[in-house]
Design a protein around this ligand. Structure first.
Ligand SMILES: Cc1cc2nc3c(=O)[nH]c(=O)nc-3n(C[C@H](O)[C@H](O)[C@H](O)COP(=O)(O)OP(=O)(O)OC[C@H]3O[C@@H](n4cnc5c(N)ncnc54)[C@H](O)[C@@H]3O)c2cc1C
Length: 384
């Protein structure tokens, strides 16, 4: 007889789903529990390149495709180079992650995989039911990573920007890249009244991932991102290359309180749970951190709705998004001031939510008089 009740159900086997599954599998406490992972696709492709910075090494190390110790930041008239120590910037390709973690999880007797489309997720009494193309399943602990962007468009209280981009993996005929340095942001391109930059991750002197990226409200047509990459490469004298792969992404940047949809038996995770850092779009490391906090929480058997991710950094992100939305044409100036006036390590620690209040004041102090007025106005409007 087909089984319909599981101790844990994870909807979606992308980054957050598979990272949660891995964490549950590696903690002996959870080996007594049945776990179901529902994913509609066969996950084995490089549909994502996940980058993040961290100071220590982790069990991801064997899967990393590249690490960097140095970075550059550019904007009109500004060229900064810096070492990232104590951090390293790290790159993972998703195919390796999916293949390794899925294979690892398939060896566990308590884990079941279901390839099916989730059609509905509903909390009923003290459990949550998932309706799929392959039947209905119930659990008292459901983790849902299926992101529904419509929730964001039906409200006005929280601004929604998108980190949207197209990336080309290119191979050049000449050695043109410095493989030791990433180009974190290069705003020295036409801004077109928005916040636009290039992001370059060199793999070796001949190959790099070059991404044309925007933090803005509206997506572009695919050809416009490509035009941006092509013209950037041309300004750098790079004209002889082949495009080996392409990547496209669109990550929501918002402080919308996704947790309002959690219930005692349902927790939204990953982007669907608001685990994307609202001011940057970085999600991967936040997801790892939240899962690390989630495991001890699960052992206490508390209602899932009491798992909280709110802190003062969320309020900073909210103010930053208010300002960046209203002054999108000036985003490059905001980032330039931050990088010019602060050591990048302080900025990375701030984005990691590890700074103290004094350091946060210093970051605020780095903005120009006008920029400070924008932040104060945003603060006033949020408070009154
Ligand atoms: C191209 C790209 C590059 C990115 N690069 C970075 C980066 O460098 N650093 C960083 O921090 N973040 C990055 N992000 C943002 C973020 O880390 C990723 O989007 C990450 O995959 C989010 O994890 P998730 O689990 O929330 O969603 P996903 O990984 O998208 O997982 C959701 C899963 O649900 C499945 N699914 C969807 N609907 C259904 C359904 N109805 N039924 C069953 N299954 C369903 C999907 O197939 C998918 O596998 C990137 C995003 C993209 C798109």
């Amino acid at each position: 007889m087909k089984r319909n009740y599981f101790d844990f159900i994870i909807c979606g086997g992308g980054a957050s789903g598979i990272l949660l599954l891995k964490a549950l599998q590696e903690d002996a406490y959870f080996s007594q529990y049945s776990i179901l992972l529902i994913e509609k696709e066969v996950k084995n492709s490089n549909d994502r390149t996940w980058c993040f910075w961290e100071a220590s090494s982790s069990d991801f190390e064997p899967l990393l495709s590249k690490t960097w110790d140095h970075a550059q930041f550019c904007s009109k008239g500004i060229h900064l180079e810096f070492t990232l120590a104590p951090f390293q910037y790290k790159m993972l390709r998703s195919a390796g992650v999916y293949k390794t973690f899925y294979k690892q999880a398939q060896q566990a007797k308590n884990i079941t995989f279901l390839q099916a489309e989730v059609q509905d997720v509903q909390t009923l009494d003290d459990f949550t039911e998932i309706v799929t193309s392959e039947g209905k399943f119930q659990s008292k602990r459901v983790f849902n990573s299926l992101f529904n962007p419509k929730l964001l468009w039906n409200q006005k209280k929280y601004p929604v920007l998108q980190q949207h981009f197209v990336g080309w993996f290119i191979k050049t005929s000449q050695p043109v890249f410095d493989p030791d340095k990433i180009l974190f942001m290069d705003f020295d391109i036409p801004q077109e009244k928005e916040t636009r930059f290039l992001y370059v991750l060199p793999q070796d002197p001949y190959t790099a991932l070059v991404e044309y990226t925007l933090f803005s409200e509206q997506l572009l047509e695919f050809k416009d991102y490509e035009k941006g990459i092509r013209s950037y490469l041309k300004t750098k004298g790079i004209t002889d290359y082949v495009i080996e792969e392409k990547e496209q992404g669109n990550i929501p940047m918002t402080c919308f309180p996704f947790e309002q949809f959690n219930t005692s038996s349902l927790l939204h995770i990953g982007t669907a749970g608001g685990w994307t850092k609202a001011s940057t779009g970085f999600t991967f490391m936040n997801t790892r951190r939240n899962i690390k906090r989630l495991l001890p929480f699960l052992k206490k058997e508390k209602p899932l709705s009491s798992f909280t991710v709110k802190n003062r950094f969320r309020f900073y992100d909210l103010l930053f998004l208010d300002v960046l939305t209203r002054h999108n044409a000036h985003g490059s100036e905001l980032f330039s001031r931050m990088f010019e006036k602060n050591h990048p390590v302080r900025i990375f620690r701030f984005l990691d939510e590890k700074t103290n209040f004094w350091e946060e004041l210093k970051i605020l102090a780095s903005f120009t008089f006008n920029q400070k007025i924008w932040f104060l106005r945003a603060l006033y409007q949020r408070l009154f």
